[in-house]
Write a protein that binds this ligand. Structure first.
Ligand code: AR6
Length: 187
């Protein structure tokens, strides 16, 4: 099951769900589940900075010097450094506080703003990790539904440069949860 990609087409774009390491993805951009400091961290953030090298952090520092910390739900783009993807889109998902602190809207915003940045830069393909469901504690089932619905709504609303959106899930439980969520919207 885990090696069979789950796919769906919307407008001219394809959505795919795969299990793997996002730092190995060769889409135009990969999305980083960062924090507001943009100074790196653990989880997927740490993996991206390790694999991409110092050029990414350099650009993050310049962004923070220019515009301050990145608010939750927003996104910025940098080089991909040594990664196979040319760019990294850094977004900040919400910390889970039980669900009554605007978490869902903030998670929607993180995905939507990342897609907007990708489209604005004329990118054709972008990969997402499961934003907020690691250190930030967002329940995976809820996050998967919100992530997929937000991407679908964005792609349905208007045609953009985007032709491929890939969710790259690290562990099998997260992969299965996203695959189920995509299959549920298909029917
Ligand atoms: N490829 C794909 N997914 C990955 C990878 C990878 N190489 N490594 C981890 N994941 P997290 P968050 C998955 O904690 O919850 C950082 O310290 C992981 O298994 O990376 O948004 C930041 O600096 C999980 O499913 O991000 C922030 O401070 C998912 O990525 C904070 O953590 C997200 O887990 C952000 O927390």
């Amino acid at each position: 099951m885990a090696d069979k990609p789950v796919k769906m087409t919307v407008n001219k774009a394809k959505i795919a769900i795969i299990q793997g390491d996002i730092t190995r993805q060769a889409t135009d951009a990969i999305v980083n589940a960062a924090n507001s400091s943009l100074m790196g961290g653990g989880g997927v953030d740490g993996a991206i900075h390790r694999a991409g090298g110092p050029a990414i952090l350099e650009e993050c520092k310049q962004i923070v010097a220019r515009q301050g910390r990145l608010p939750t739900g927003r996104a910025v783009i940098t080089t991909g450094g040594n990664l196979p993807s040319r760019h990294v889109i850094h977004t900040v998902g919400p910390v889970w506080h039980g669900g009554n602190k605007g978490e869902e809207e903030l998670l929607e915003s993180a995905y939507r703003e990342s897609l907007k940045v990708a489209a604005k830069n004329n990118l054709t393909s972008v990969s997402f990790p499961s934003v907020s469901t690691g250190a930030f504690g967002y329940p995976v089932e809820l996050a998967a539904t919100t992530a997929i619905n937000t991407v679908l709504a964005f792609l349905r609303r208007k045609e953009t440069s985007l032709r491929e959106v890939v969710f790259v899930l690290f562990d099998s439980r997260t992969y299965e949860t996203y695959a189920k969520a995509l299959k549920e919207v298909t029917v």
